[in-house]
Design a protein around this ligand. Structure first.
Ligand code: XMP
Length: 490
């Protein structure tokens, strides 16, 4: 009944996730017994198979700490100067709690200045993060102030008790509760003030589904990944990233099978043998072979499948994502190299398909964009609260430097391979990723797979059967026949 993957994907047709459907197997365990633990790369275990994409509207410090707290990982983008990227990695590494804000610092001799939507500003001796905390200004105090020339020192609340930034969430929560505190600055070992945690933050996070095992490095800090390019200057970037404690690097190219990437992987592997280096992107076995040959510890798979990608239309190259994931993972498995299924994930079913077809993790852009952890501010568009999400190959992003990813930085004429858009406010990933993982577990249960390993065993032993869905079957598989449902309730 149905077809084994080797037959279905061997017909010369490029299939994407929606084209295929997995046939159910036999259930002899509860959904909660499904183990989604996996590996990001050869030596980097993760509790959940989720990775945030190295894009400047997805992965910075807040996304990195939240993903690591959940048991996944984020790859900090490199569409910035090396020192800015390193500052993001350091900011994420300085925290052990699942959120990061951009704290506002004032000095006692500042006069009132608007500090945006933040509820509190931290007052330090010099007005920077690198000096001693002397007080806190609450927005509510400042809002009621008639004379805006008043000095901060006259209305700040005095020296709050600080908590060590190395405290994890439970410790921070009991620190606040034990001291009856409304808030506390978090201070790193070297005296740098990294954030301010409030009672509301703690309550909000406690209300989310329980967090899994966090991703921690050998340094006891959150695992943080970072992207690099393939230029000579990226060698220096890499050096600073490694010094900042980056746990894994991704060499970020839209077509990874190039002499530039191969040289960069060789260089990174020889300079930093302890560091896992992920190569990509690839969609064919031949591409994968070249990167594995030079020591890639993981492969990022996908070309043109991303929600903001136009590569397949502009350059006529790429591959349907289901076919690409199956073909590359089947090959990479023989070399014990984990595969990241990158792009095209828009629901939990796509995650189940990607993992079942051989991937070890999924990398997501649009699925995580629009969350409170994504960089940028919310705006209103046609009555919807949205955040910007843009392709790294869009003209807008390329003017900031990401054209290196498309080997276009030395060209006079720039051709876009991506678009700029916006995605709806999704709330915190701390809330929706646990729900998504629960849905993935239920998918695995339906297949009769109690872990990623067992799903891969079903795939390769040809017990797992699939079929191609017709257009009508795809319509039938989605919500249909409810004309006014959306309008009425959303
Ligand atoms: P999703 O579907 O998760 O895809 O939004 C994210 C992935 O898309 C890739 N990416 C691009 N591909 N043009 C492209 O062809 C672009 O401008 C672009 N920006 C990102 C990337 O692999 C990312 O992880």
């Amino acid at each position: 009944d149905g077809f084994p993957a080797v037959q279905l994907f061997g017909q010369g047709v490029s299939y994407t996730y929606d084209d295929v459907i997995l046939l159910p197997g036999y259930i002899d365990f509860p959904a909660d017994a499904v183990d989604l633990s996996t590996r990001l790369s050869r030596r980097r275990p993760l509790a959940i198979p989720c990775v945030a994409s190295p894009m400047d509207t997805v992965s910075e410090a807040a996304m990195s700490v939240a993903m690591a707290a959940l048991g996944g990982a984020a790859i900090v983008h490199c569409n910035n100067a090396p020192d800015s990227q390193v500052a993001i990695v350091r900011a994420a590494k300085a925290r052990r709690i699942p959120f990061a804000t951009d704290p506002i610092f004032l000095s006692p001799s500042d006069s009132v200045s608007d500090f945006g939507p933040a509820a509190y500003a931290i007052v330090t001796e010099s007005g920077t993060s690198k000096s001693r905390v002397v007080g806190v200004v609450a927005k509510s105090d400042w809002d009621g102030l008639a004379n805006r020339n008043t000095l901060v020192s006259e209305y700040m609340r005095h020296a709050p008790v600080s908590a060590p930034a190395s405290y994890d969430f439970e410790k921070v929560a009991s620190f606040l509760a034990g001291g009856g505190l409304e808030y506390a600055p978090l201070v790193a070992e070297d005296g740098e003030v990294v954030d301010l945690v409030t009672k509301e933050d703690v309550e909000r996070i406690k209300g989310f589904p329980r967090l899994g095992v966090p991703s921690l490095g050998a340094d006891g800090r959150f695992v943080v990944g970072a992207a690099i390019g393939t230029r000579e200057t990226d060698k220096e970037r890499l050096e600073h990233l490694v010094k900042a404690g980056t746990n894994v690097v991704v060499v970020d190219s839209s077509q990874g099978n190039s002499i530039y990437q191969i040289e960069m992987i060789k260089y990174a592997k020889s300079m930093y043998p302890e560091l896992d280096v992920i190569g990509g992107n690839v969609v064919t076995v031949a591409q994968a072979q070249n990167l594995i040959k030079v020591g890639a510890d993981g492969l990022r798979v996908g070309m043109g499948s991303g929600s903001i990608c136009t590569t397949q239309e502009v350059c006529a190259v790429g591959r349907g994502q289901a076919t690409a994931v199956y073909k590359v993972s089947s090959f990479a498995k023989e070399h014990d190299v984990p595969v990241i299924a990158d792009g095209g994930i828009s629901n939990s079913g796509h995650i189940v398909k990607a993992l079942t077809l051989g991937a070890s993790t999924v990398m997501m852009g649009s699925f995580l964009a629009g969350s409170s952890e994504a960089p940028g501010v919310y705006e209103y568009l046609n009555g919807h609260r949205v955040k910007k999400y843009r392709g790294m190959g869009s003209l807008e992003a390329m003017t900031k430097g990401s054209d290196a990813r498309y080997l276009g930085d030395t060209l006079k004429l720039k051709v876009a391979q991506g678009v700029v858009g916006a995605v709806a406010d999704k709330g915190s990933i701390l809330k929706f990723i646990p729900y998504t993982m629960q849905a993935v577990k239920q998918g695995f249960q339906d297949l009769g797979a109690s872990s990623l390993q067992s799903a891969h065993d079903l795939l390769h032993s040809e017990v797992l059967r699939l079929e191609v869905r017709t257009g009508a079957a795809q319509v039938e598989g989605g919500v249909h026949g409810l004309v006014s449902f959306e309008k009425k309730f959303f």
